[in-house]
Design a protein around this ligand. Structure first.
Ligand code: CDT
Length: 297
């Protein structure tokens, strides 16, 4: 399987959905030209990372959400992908028919059919307005905790698990996906350099991001493909570092820039077997009877 990760540069508040979809289409064309089977786009791919802004009336943020998928502006991306025979993962803000708001991702197969949906479970940040900070991280205000669990989906014959951004830092996420037979874990992220209350050094941000991907891949015998939205959005800086990681934990492709960039890797799904049948043979060596504490606390 050939995977492309489509890193996306900053999206400004003034940018229209249509213009953004044009940028995504351009990346998808490049991926198709390189005969990629699956393209991974970031979290909240269609807009700026709006949880950095405080809206007294939360409904003011509704313009960043999608009520249907694909809506009119996004449909051309679905059509292009089906036309080129490329599957994709896309993150976006969702208002569902009940009026509930989620930070969501979908998997679309090469025929343009949505075959999987995930709603972000680990929502970082805060629900209250913080004073005297250059940016909020109000995901807890704008989104509910996802209600779909961690699913694994068949995408053109490959078992693909999904998560979103902060989920990648939690070992339980990869384990839940691996236990369901995931071969590949895909995710998108927006990681601001400034997050209120998170005093990590800028250099450590890149390290802990990659560490999370690499540990998740190795300890669960899966491939991990992660796509950043990064660079500057109206002066707010977010890290790049989009990467594809093998089940050995090694990075096989990594973005160099903080802008639009496609990275591509040939993913040998058989590589997982080396680990699944030895050190991480779950049936032989895993001891869940001693892990109760993890779910009880
Ligand atoms: N979007 C998102 O989840 N970003 C978070 C920022 C850090 S929250 C402490 C992340 O984990 O990258």
């Amino acid at each position: 399987m050939r995977i492309a990760v489509a890193q996306v540069g900053g999206i400004q508040l003034s940018e229209t959905r249509r213009a953004v979809v044009g940028r995504l289409a351009n990346l998808l064309e490049q991926a198709a030209d390189q005969r990629a089977d699956l393209v991974v786009f970031p979290e909240l791919t269609l807009t700026t990372f709006f949880p950095r802004y405080w809206y007294d009336d939360a409904a003011e943020a509704d313009r960043f959400f999608e009520r249907s998928m694909p809506g009119d502006d996004v449909a051309p991306l679905f059509e292009l992908a089906a036309d080129r025979g490329v599957a994709f993962y896309l993150g976006y803000a969702e208002i569902d028919p009940r009026g509930r708001r989620f930070n969501t991702s979908i998997l679309v197969d090469r025929s343009g059919r949505i075959v999987g949906k995930y709603r972000k479970i680990h929502l970082p940040g805060h629900a209250e307005r913080l004073d005297d900070v250059p940016a909020q991280h109000a995901e807890k205000r704008y989104f509910e905790v996802g209600d779909l669990g961690f699913g694994v989906f068949d995408v053109d014959g490959v078992k693909v698990g999904m998560c979103l951004c902060n989920d990648r830092r939690w070992p339980e996420v990869y384990r839940c996906l691996s236990l369901q037979g995931a071969e590949v874990v895909v995710l998108g992220y927006n990681t601001p350099v400034f997050v209120p209350g998170w005093q990590e050094e800028p250099h450590a941000k890149m390290f802990t991001h990659l560490l999370s991907l690499q540990a998740g891949a190795y300890q669960n015998s899966v491939w991990v493909a992660a796509a950043a939205k990064c660079g500057y959005e109206d002066g707010h800086h977010m890290i790049g570092g989009s990467a594809i990681v093998a089940p050995s934990g090694e990075i096989v492709a990594k973005a160099r820039s903080e802008g639009e960039e496609l990275i591509v890797a040939d993913v040998d799904l058989g590589l997982s077997e080396i680990y699944r049948t030895s050190v991480f043979n779950f049936a032989a060596h895993r001891r869940p009877e001693h892990y109760r504490l993890i779910v009880d606390r």
